[in-house]
Design a protein around this ligand. Structure first.
Ligand code: GLP
Length: 259
C-alpha cells in the first residue's frame, strides 16, 4: 500500500488522474472499476481534461461501477448511473454501451448481482479500480460487518451512511435515502489488479487511519486493501492527519513517484 499525501484535494486528484490516464494510454482496452460520491468528482474532471489535451482515449475501455441504490431508476437524480453519465462518461469518448452500473430496479436482485460478477470475469477482471471511502471506513457499500470475501450482493446501509448521504437527496431528508443498495463485495474489489483510493477532508481521517494502520477487519472494510500489492491511497493533509507514519509515507510515495 502506498499512501500519497498532498497539500490539497486538487493536487491529489490531479496526480491520481495522471496515474489513471497513464494506465489507459498503456492499455487502451482497460477494464475500469469506477466509484461515485463527492470524492472522485475532481479526479473525473482531471481525467477528462487530460483526455481532451492528449492522445488518451477511452474508446475501447470498459467500466463497471461499484454500486447502486436499490429502488432508484438510472434516471433518478441521485442514481449512480446518472452521476457517472454527468460527471465522467459525457466528458470522455467511452462508449456508453461499454459502461456498466448495477440496475437498482432489477426484479431479481440476486440474479442481477450474479450476472454482474460474471460480466466482470468475462471481461478479464478489473484492471484499475477507483475507490472513495465512507466515514466509517466502507468501500463501495461494504458496511462494517461485511465479509472481506463478499461478492456483489444486496446490502443494507448503516444509519451513519444514510445520514452522510442524505445531504444529496431531496431537502437533505434521511427518509429519502434508500436503505438498500447493490454493491460489489470486498472480495470482488480486491481482485482488481491496481487500486486507487481517494480520501479528502478531516471527516475521513478516522477512516483513513483504519484503512492504512488499523487491523485488517470487517469493521473497516477498506482495511482489506492492506493486503493488496498495488494499492495507492491519495489523501489530502486533513484526511492523512491521524496517520502515525504520515511523514514516512509522504516521503516514500514522493520518492517512488519522482515528485
Ligand atoms: C457512498 C459510496 C462510496 C463512497 C462513499 C463516500 O457510500 N457508496 O463508494 O466512497 O459514499 O462518499 P463521498 O465521497 O461523498 O464522501
Amino acid at each position: 500500500m502506498e499512501v500519497v499525501i498532498c497539500k490539497t484535494k486538487q493536487e491529489a486528484s490531479k496526480l491520481a488522474a495522471e496515474m489513471v490516464s497513464a494506465a489507459v494510454l498503456n492499455n487502451p482496452k482497460i477494464v475500469l472499476g469506477l466509484a461515485t460520491g463527492s470524492t472522485p468528482v475532481l479526479l473525473y474532471k482531471e481525467m477528462a481534461k487530460i483526455a481532451k489535451a492528449t492522445k488518451v482515449s477511452y474508446k475501447q475501455a470498459k467500466s463497471w461501477n461499484l454500486d447502486e441504490y436499490v429502488g432508484l431508476a438510472g434516471t433518478h437524480e441521485q442514481s449512480y448511473r446518472r452521476f457517472m453519465n454527468e460527471n465522467l462518461f459525457s466528458h470522455i469518448d467511452i462508449q456508453i454501451k461499454n459502461t456498466h452500473v448495477l440496475n437498482g430496479l432489477a426484479k431479481n436482485l440476486e440474479r442481477e448481482c450474479a450476472a454482474y460478477e460474471k460480466q466482470i470475469k468475462a471481461a478479464g477482471g478489473i484492471d484499475l479500480q477507483v475507490l472513495g471511502i465512507g466515514s466509517d471506513g466502507h468501500i463501495a457499500f461494504n458496511e462494517p460487518g461485511s465479509s472481506l470475501k463478499s461478492r456483489t450482493r444486496c446490502v443494507y446501509l448503516t444509519p451513519s451512511t444514510i445520514k452522510d448521504n442524505a445531504r444529496l437527496f431531496f431537502k437533505g431528508k434521511e427518509s429519502e435515502v434508500p436503505t438498500r443498495a447493490l454493491s460489489m463485495g470486498v472480495g470482488t474489489i480486491v481482485e482488481a489488479k491496481k487500486i486507487i483510493l481517494l480520501a479528502f477532508g478531516k471527516g475521513k481521517a478516522d477512516a483513513v487511519k483504519g484503512c492504512v494502520e488499523g487491523p485488517v477487519t470487517q469493521f473497516c472494510t477498506a482495511s482489506a486493501l492492506q493486503e493488496h500489492n498495488d494499492c495507492w491511497i491519495f489523501c489530502d493533509e486533513e484526511s492523512a492527519s491521524k496517520l502515525k507514519l504520515k511523514k514516512y509515507y509522504a516521503w516514500r510515495s514522493a520518492t517512488i513517484l519522482g515528485l
